[in-house]
Write a protein that binds this ligand. Structure first.
Ligand code: ARG
Length: 566
């Protein structure tokens, strides 16, 4: 008997007595808000219109008929406008835990995406310009999405669309030449400082701005001196970012940034002409999108002949589609660029690419309050160091609660990153949020460190219980409501991953893990292992093994390290 059989029976029974299709019912089934209300709930509200009856009356009728028609399920009852169905808890626990423990690390993963490739464009900072909080959010959310889709069986191509071409390089070069030493080109902090310096000085000095434009013109014209400087600045920036990405546990399959598309844009412009889409407006080349409901035209080429962010993105999308054969391209970029992506997807459609409909802008809101000493620009390395130091201080202040800590520094680094990641991933991505160090790092709140400690605690119980866990243990002793709650949560994990993927929303997973950790927390006193009769102890160990596995898998997907001890 498999876990899905229980849900399947719920759907079939309801379908039979409500005269609906099983599949439709299955999609409508939800989970009641409290475990003692049952395990599956069927809302009767949409039926009310069709049957001209009040939802509670319909629910009562269906529940009465269903109650006499159950096999794996145990009971059906009407509650308000819902029919609530309960599983036979022992059989359910047996199916769920057996399935989880047998699948091991792969539990929750599926083959839903087999044969499909998704390109995920994320992080994508502009080099020779400071890294902003938005890029960090994109890195965190994008990284989680990469791992969610991998768990769902998709082939994922992680792409860093580095902003490595544009007028800012001219400014960076002038900053370097005027105010720095040549070796500053090899150090990102110096480059950042000189970039800021340029902007301070250029205010009221138009000749500096002109000089910067000239450098970028030279760069676009292929001047070797300008290109050599550009390359050096680019290398310095990429080296720095790669170091940080390693620290964050983020990897990319490709760093094809904007410059990579320099020679691929003429084709876009020619095609726009050939399709009769392009028009000249005030010397610039545009595509009018008003017939598509977008008032702002897409700008393909500026009056001075330089190409644009949008044109590069058109070329990049086509390149990705052709190179990776991907069926979906996902862009993890702040909401501020919504118009850009609407334009991009529309231009792709007008150019005749049917796959334009499979491009998705995964947008997100702003973060406030995430800064180190230097304001809204993030010096990532500083931010991570600060996270680690704060984690260390916090841990040292918690002496009495500390478990066996091995390498304090390593743990603190992982905790710091968990704090930052989870603060972000637990919020619905579209919402703006305020980052607060104390809230993020606490081990007691709804935080990454709290989840890490839940995992370490359960690892400790398994380690110290003095028993060898028996994978074939009988689950009959798991009669407590706390146990049933945990079993139900474990059962939900595969669907949680699906839902997180469907909505491009890691917060679905993050909040589920919180629920699981809370369930665990409130079960310790009831579900003791040490000193219990062996059969009961083994049943509980089996349950804890499954829960630990899910915590471990979920945390890893979010980019948080599940340590065994901390
Ligand atoms: N570099 C851009 C920025 O910082 C983000 C790029 C996002 N990806 C894309 N294909 N446009 O604003």
């Amino acid at each position: 008997m498999r876990v899905e059989d229980f849900r399947g029976e719920a759907a079939r029974v309801i379908a039979r007595h409500a005269e609906l299709e099983s599949d439709a019912v299955e999609r409508m089934l939800t989970v009641p808000p409290k475990p003692d209300m049952g395990d599956f709930a069927f809302p009767c509200f949409t039926l009310a219109k069709k049957l001209h009856k009040a939802p509670p009356a319909i629910a009562k009728e269906i529940a009465e008929k269903a109650a006499g028609d159950l096999e794996l399920l145990h009971g059906a009852q009407a509650l308000g406008g819902y029919v609530n169905l309960s599983v036979d808890r022992t059989r359910y626990a047996d199916a769920v835990l057996r399935e989880a423990v047998t699948a091991g690390e792969a539990y929750g993963c599926s083959r839903d995406g087999a044969g499909h490739t998704i390109a995920i464009d994320y992080s994508s900072p502009n080099i020779a310009k400071p890294f902003h909080v938005g890029h960090l959010r994109s890195t965190i959310i994008g990284g989680a999405l990469v791992r969610i889709f991998e768990a769902l069986g998709f082939k994922v191509v992680g792409i860093n669309h580095v902003g490595d071409w544009g007028t800012q390089f001219g400014r960076q070069i002038v900053g370097l030449k005027r105010f720095g030493r040549p070796e500053d080109a090899d150090d990102l902090m110096s480059l950042n400082r000189l970039y800021v310096k340029f902007h301070e000085e250029a205010d009221g000095a138009p000749e500096l701005v002109e000089e910067a434009r000239e450098w970028f013109r030279r760069q676009e014209a292929g001047d070797e001196v300008a290109l050599a400087l550009w390359r050096r600045i680019r290398d310095t920036s990429l080296d720095y970012f790669k170091r940080i990405y390693e620290r964050l546990g983020v990897r990319f399959d490709s760093y094809t940034g904007e410059s990579f598309f320099n020679d691929k844009m003429d084709a876009v412009i020619e095609e726009a002409h050939a399709k009769g889409l392009a028009t000249v407006s005030e010397g610039a080349l545009i595509i009018d999108l008003s017939a598509e409901g977008i008032d702002t035209p897409a700008l393909l080429e500026k009056a001075d002949g330089t190409t644009l962010y949008l044109t590069r993105d058109v070329a990049a999308a086509r390149y990705r589609h052709d190179t990776y054969g991907c069926d979906r391209i996902v862009y993890v970029v702040a909401s501020g660029q919504s118009l850009h992506f609407r334009q991009l997807f529309t231009v792709l459609k007008l150019l005749g690419h049917p796959w334009a409909k499979d491009c998705v802008h995964v947008n997100f809101g702003l973060v406030q309050g995430m800064s180190t000493r230097k304001g809204n620009v993030i010096y990532l390395e500083e931010l991570l160091d600060e996270a680690r130091d704060r984690a260390l201080a916090y841990m040292r202040g918690q002496i009495e609660k500390r478990l066996d800590l091995e390498d304090e520094e390593t743990v603190a680094e992982a905790v710091g990153i968990a704090a930052i990641f989870f603060a972000d991933l637990s919020k619905q991505r579209i919402k703006d949020y305020r980052f607060d160090w104390d809230l993020a790092i606490s081990f007691d709140g709804d935080t990454g460190p709290y989840l890490m400690s839940a995992h370490a605690r359960i690892a400790g119980i398994l380690r110290n219980c003095g028993l060898d866990p028996d994978p074939d243990a009988d689950v009959a002793p798991l009669v407590e409501p706390e146990a049933h709650r945990l079993v139900s949560l474990v059962a939900r994990y595969p669907d949680v991953l699906r839902e997180a993927g469907r909505l491009y929303e890691p917060s679905v997973l993050a909040n589920y893990l919180l629920e699981l950790a809370r369930g665990l927390h409130s079960s310790y006193a009831v579900l003791r292992v040490k000193g219990e009769e062996e059969g009961r102890a083994q049943a509980r160990l089996l349950l804890f093994t499954a829960v630990k596995q899910v915590l471990r898998s979920g945390l890893t997907i979010l980019g948080i390290q599940p340590l065994e001890r901390m």
